[in-house]
Design a protein around this ligand. Structure first.
Ligand code: NOJ
Length: 552
């Protein structure tokens, strides 16, 4: 009798644990105060022992760093502050030897004002082919002194900057949805499309396993560049967010990715409408998108359950992703330690004005880590999350680097507080981030209190956040239930989230996750064995702000 066909193994990104590595703050190999690829290579054993499956690198390309590398001057090389292309090749090979995949960040919406194409556009003048790769337009007003339309930069201020032409006269304006140093590419230009297709092939050929697509819903603009109406919602009628044409771009990118086995595309897509978001992971498009509603959700059982259900309903074949934090949002310990535990990029000043109870935030962050790692799909861990680092809200103004801070004249503190260099060892800054005797201090100051949160200190403590992450990732990696098992909600008391993960065809080996977000201790199911909990049980009960994993 012919044997039943063996189903192909699930693709790696379906349930991977992916570590987001912010290079400039991870580890400084050469003592200049900025993290680099040498530092990453030296710490690959740390990442391997953490138990992650892949690393996502924030942009590592040559850049004037007006937006921490999201202003790229050359998409096919490495910034000298981080190392060389040879370092990147070596890093990719060494990571692969540790069975760690590499995801890089590609930024297609905009480049740098130092990109050769933009320099050529400035030099070539109005009406030139060089300018058609960007959005140059004459200004409004009698002398062109007003921007071409009312669009605002996401970092504050107008989305248009006026150039001085080669003859010294006031000239055209160019569009930048972010900083003026980040001119938007014109995706109606075939040259732009071909260029990025080639960039994808360049990196896939070097062995990278995945690409994170920055600002993925913003690429295509209404060529008439109409004013933005106050009520405009993202979608076909919006002049620059989530226009239908953008899907043609990702269909062509998917076709390219498919020619390299085992590669994936993940989109950074912030959209409120779940149905519109789902289009990005439709047939022949991206493999996954980030789950931002989960990251923004308050620490509240009903709200989290609603987001989890909406996420799983959305995925329609595409694996879900679970994200608690990243380099753009407040660190999770601080978020959950505030009286309002939600987050919203547009209301950062409000959240920063609230007090933070670090003990409460840490307890909840531990519970959230186990809840998140028990959900079906891939999970992203932002560097430092595994140490329980908090948002550094007291960075001196003169040291702040984020353009959000400067473009809002300090009204919005920006994102530097989540980007402070990691503490590795020792009792004083730089906490092993830079080598002994380093010439420069870390590019952002580290809080002295992080002496208790170094990798070395936490490695020595079985109760640390790091110990919890290591154990949870180890169990997750070795458990068929957590990798592939479908999820089913179980009856639970108010404020408690309880669900099973039971792998198909297994008589045993199921796992129950119980997260107690209520104010009172709750009982755990009888007969189940405790595998791991985010805090000590209280006479057999699961205390508030605690999550347990149980073997069924
Ligand atoms: C999203 C990135 O995550 C953020 O850090 C960056 O500033 C903007 N895109 C612009 O590239």
């Amino acid at each position: 009798m012919p044997s039943a066909p063996v189903p192909p193994p699930a693709p790696w990104w379906q349930s991977a644990a992916i570590y987001q590595l912010y290079v400039r703050s991870f580890a400084d190999g050469n003592g200049d105060g900025t993290g680099d690829l040498a530092g990453v290579r030296a710490h690959l054993p740390y990442l391997a022992s953490l138990g992650i499956d892949a690393i996502w690198f924030n942009p590592w390309y040559p850049s004037p760093m007006a937006d921490a590398g999201y202003d790229i001057a050359d998409y096919r090389s490495i910034d000298p502050v981080f190392g060389t292309l040879a370092d990147a090749d070596a890093l990719i090979a060494e990571a692969h030897a540790h069975e760690i995949k590499i995801i890089i960040d590609v930024v297609p919406n905009h480049g740098s004002d130092r990109h050769p194409w933009f320099r050529a556009a400035l030099a070539a003048g109005p009406g030139s082919a060089e300018r058609s790769r960007f959005w140059f337009r004459p200004g409004r007003g009698a002398a062109g002194e007003l921007p071409p339309n009312n669009w605002q930069s996401i970092f504050g201020g107008s989305a248009w900057t006026r150039v001085t032409e080669a003859d010294g006269s006031f000239g055209e304006w160019y569009l930048h949805l972010f900083d003026p140093a980040q001119p938007d590419f014109n995706w109606s230009s075939p040259e732009v499309r071909l260029e990025f297709e080639d960039v994808l092939r360049f990196w896939f050929s070097r062995g990278v396993d995945g690409i994170r697509i920055d600002s993925a819903a913003l690429l295509c603009k209404d060529p008439d560049l109409p004013d933005l109406a106050a009520a405009a919602a993202p979608g076909p009628g919006h002049p620059y967010t989530d226009r239908d044409e953008v899907h043609l771009v990702y269909q062509s990118w998917r076709a390219i990715a498919d020619t390299y086995p085992g590669r994936m595309l993940i989109g950074e897509v912030w959209l409120p409408d779940a149905a519109r978001l789902a289009r990005y992971v439709g047939p022949g498009e991206l493999h996954t998108v980030f789950n931002f509603p989960y990251l923004n959700c308050p620490w509240d059982a009903a709200a989290l359950r609603a987001v989890i259900d909406a996420t799983l309903a959305l995925s329609s074949g595409a694996p879900a992703t679970w994200v608690l934090s990243n380099h753009d949002v407040d660190r999770v310990v601080s978020r959950y330690g505030r009286p309002d535990t939600a987050f919203d990029l547009d209301r950062r000043p409000y959240f920063h004005a609230l007090g933070v109870d670090l003990a409460v935030g840490t307890r909840r962050a531990r519970a959230a880590a186990l809840l998140t790692m028990a959900l079906p799909g891939s999970v992203y861990v932002y560097q430092g999350e595994e140490l329980g680092l908090w948002e550094v809200q007291d960075i001196p103004d003169e040291l702040r680097q984020d353009p959000i801070w400067s473009r809002t004249a300090g009204a919005d503190p920006g994102r530097d507080g989540s980007r402070v260099p990691l503490p590795w060892s020792g009792t004083e800054p730089p906490f092993g981030f830079s080598p002994p005797g380093a010439a420069a201090e870390p590019w952002l100051p580290q809080p002295k209190d992080w002496r208790e949160l170094t990798v070395a200190a936490e490695s020595a403590s079985p109760d640390s956040m790091l110990a919890l992450y290591r154990e949870a990732l180890r169990i997750r990696r070795s458990s068929p239930a957590l990798r592939d098992g479908p999820m089913s909600w179980q009856p639970s008391a108010g404020g408690v989230l309880a669900f099973n993960r039971i792998p198909a065809g297994a008589g045993a080996g199921g796992l129950r996750c119980v997260a107690n977000l209520s104010a009172v201790p709750v009982t755990l199911p009888a007969g189940a064995t405790l595998l791991l909990s985010s805090g000590p049980l209280d006479g057999g009960l699961l205390p508030p702000d605690c999550t347990a994993w149980l073997r069924l």
